[in-house]
Design a protein around this ligand. Structure first.
Ligand code: AMP
Ligand code: ZN
Length: 107
């Protein structure tokens, strides 16, 4: 997706503060943090939003891997508690239309 900012981050054509990357996910710091720790867990596959998940293509498992990656990085960072949030569609507060899981924590 040529005009997708997260696809550009995944392709390294724009910089990010990446804290984790594997074959299907990237985790980087949110540019405008809304908590002391604010990370975005982003699949490399371009899926605009939760409404577009395709179970036949294995997207259910992908979302599971996103949640587990968030759990693992939170553990690595010694976060005692955190919030995991998906914003869905414009009226749900979504601004970037490439699915991402917010990991927010103040401790
Ligand atoms: P959402 O409202 O769920 O679509 O969240 C999009 C998030 O992406 C916001 O919290 C933005 O601060 C964040 N964001 C936008 N552009 C960048 C970027 N270039 N690098 C890191 N985070 C970004
Ligand atoms: Zn994208």
């Amino acid at each position: 997706m040529d005009d997708c900012i997260f696809c550009k981050i995944i392709a390294k054509s724009i910089p990010s503060e990446t804290v984790f990357e594997n074959e299907d996910l990237i985790i980087f710091k949110d540019i405008n943090p809304k908590a002391r720790h604010h990370l975005l867990v982003v699949p490399k596959k371009h899926i605009p939003m939760i409404k577009d998940l395709n179970t036949e293509e294995g997207d259910g498992d992908l979302v599971g891997r996103m949640v587990l990656a968030a759990r693992d990085i939170a553990k690595e960072m010694n976060l005692s508690g955190y919030q995991l949030q998906f914003n869905v569609d414009k009226s749900g507060g979504q601004v970037v239309f490439h699915i991402h899981l917010h990991l927010l924590s103040n401790g």
